[in-house]
Ligand binder design. Structure first.
Ligand code: NAD
Length: 479
């Protein structure tokens, strides 16, 4: 049994009560680790350690802080395989995916912000008789809370810019996937990150997470997770006038025009539908296909989906691993049942899978393709966050825009067309924070990342993140 511990003031420690949460491996459903069931007393200790570390950390030059981040990045790279195995085991995702995407992005995040802070500058506004310049100061102790779908990837995406810009951090990974955050704590100790600069608290959202949000001395909350939790967090933090960055749920449209590059749209749509078992906030779960190619696309898509291998995440042949938890597995299956009640037709999938051998009791679901659902059915409006997509035909740009924009969400959108005018018009009108044209998940870490409507408030990435984690102060000098 692996014992995951909190990381407070540079030391690994249990929760102050000794209480633990049991953590299962999704591929088997068997408990393999425990994590601290932390509460407000543990959070208080972490905030205190972060406060004590703040004066020295924020006084370091940007270059010196950057060097610590680059050292962490290098160590993550050295431990790439160990971290990827831990992530795959903890989350259920295929090992090859954890290697290719998750752990690679974790070291890139530290490298990107560790070097980026050396180039960060602030504005000046000259007048005819004076000049204004903007100072950007770190906020103090900030709280970072992340979800289970891309555990180390999203955890480091918040921590790295917060630390780079001179803040000290209290961070909490999801209680569903705590393992790689624990290994990150060990890495921070190995590279000699000063005690208290980063503190990692494990535990439940409504208990440990909520204590971080309501703590009077955490100055900003950077949160990625569900819209439901985002609302709760905003209701606590907004009246306390904390800075808030909320990256929330999505129900993204994948819009395929008849003039697209058919093979590229088809192959990429397999990934954008089912990568990470459909558990990526950017997955395109509503596929809209222009009527002249509807049948051709549907049949080719279903044929490919039927050939995807589901099984042990450690098997390099597995295209689909396990869903992250028993609760989530039940939720996704219930939505498949609801789709049938709503009049949908399952073209392929729809069932739980019990692979032979060690994974027989794991949480596997077939990649599922559904058609004939009204665009405003619940299964087309609510976030399922699993290996389930719907297919809907459309005729005109106006019609697909109306359907695509009909949900409460507005995170991302993918558009497939060879007509630049169509792509430009659609990009203007679609209500989303991120639009991909003839590609999906193509990422440049400098670009603003985030959603509109119930998909969130604020932007991460590049200068946006460094600006979020600093407070601007204008200084005006008269000549
Ligand atoms: P979740 O909201 O249940 O939990 C996310 C994190 O918040 C966890 O660490 C959890 O412990 C904590 N938390 C939960 N309730 C809290 C509360 N009241 N106060 C403080 N902390 C609390 O989300 P999840 O199920 O872990 O993740 C899936 C969700 O995340 C999906 O909705 C998905 O779309 C979203 N997501 C969004 C993005 C994005 O960039 N927009 C990226 C990844 C995932």
């Amino acid at each position: 049994m692996i014992e995951i511990l909190n990381y407070i003031g540079g030391k690994l420690q249990a929760s102050h009560t000794g209480a633990v949460i049991h953590n299962p491996e999704p591929a088997t459903g068997q408990i393999y680790s425990t994590l601290p069931d932390s509460d407000s007393t543990d959070v208080e200790a972490a905030v205190k350690a972060a406060e004590e570390a703040f004066p020295a950390w924020s006084s370091l030059s940007a270059t010196d802080r950057g060097r610590y981040l680059i050292a962490i990045s290098n160590r993550i790279r050295e431990k790439h395989d160990e971290l990827a195995e831990a992530e795959s085991r903890d989350n259920g995702k295929p090992l090859w995916l954890a290697k290719k995407v998750d752990i690679r992005r974790a070291h890139e995040n530290f490298e990107f912000f560790g070097t980026g802070i050396m180039h960060f500058a602030s504005e000046s506004h000259p007048m005819h008789d004076g000049i204004n310049y903007t100072l950007r100061k770190p906020l103090g102790v900030v709280a970072c809370i992340s979800p289970w779908n891309l555990p180390l990837y999203l955890f480091t995406w918040k921590i790295a810019p917060a630390l780079a810009s001179g803040n000290t951090v209290v961070a909490k990974p999801s209680e569903v996937t705590p393992y790689t955050a624990f290994l990150l704590a060990k890495i921070c100790m190995e590279v000699g990150l000063p005690a208290g600069v980063l503190n990692i608290i494990h535990g439940l959202g409504p208990k440990a997470g909520s204590a971080m949000v309501s703590h009077p001395r955490t100055k900003a909350i950077s949160f990625t997770g569900s819209t439901r939790a985002g609302k709760e967090i905003a209701s606590i933090a907004a009246p306390m006038f904390k800075k808030l960055s909320l990256e929330l749920g999505g129900k993204n449209p994948n819009i395929i025009f008849a003039d697209c590059d058919f093979d590229k749209a088809l192959n990429t749509s397999i990934s954008s539908s089912f990568a990470n078992q459909g558990q990526i906030c950017l997955c395109g779960s509503r596929i809209f296909i222009q009527r002249p190619i509807y049948e051709k696309f549907r049949d080719a898509f279903v044929d490919k989906v039927k050939r995807m291998k589901i099984g042990d995440p450690m098997d390099p042949e597995s295209k689909q691993g396990a869903l992250v938890s028993g609760i989530h597995y039940e939720k996704v299956l219930s939505y498949i049942g609801l789709a049938l009640e709503e009049g949908g037709t399952i073209l392929t999938g729809g069932n739980a899978v019990h692979p032979e051998g060690r994974c027989a009791t794991g949480w596997f679901i077939e990649p599922t393709v559904i058609e004939n659902l009204p665009y405003d059915a619940r299964c087309n409006m609510e976030e399922i966050f699993g290996p389930v997509v719907t297919l809907t035909p459309f005729d005109s740009e106006e019609e697909v825009l109306q359907m695509a924009n009909a949900t409460e969400y507005g995170l991302s959108c993918t558009i497939w067309t060879s007509n630049l005018n169509t792509a430009s018009r659609m990009s203007e009108e679609i209500k989303a924070g991120i639009v991909w044209i003839n590609c999906w998940l193509k990422r440049d870490l400098r670009t603003p990342f985030g959603g509109v409507k119930s998909s969130g408030v604020g932007r991460e990435g590049g200068w946006e993140a460094l600006k979020f984690f600093t407070e601007p102060k204008n200084v005006c000098i008269e000549y």
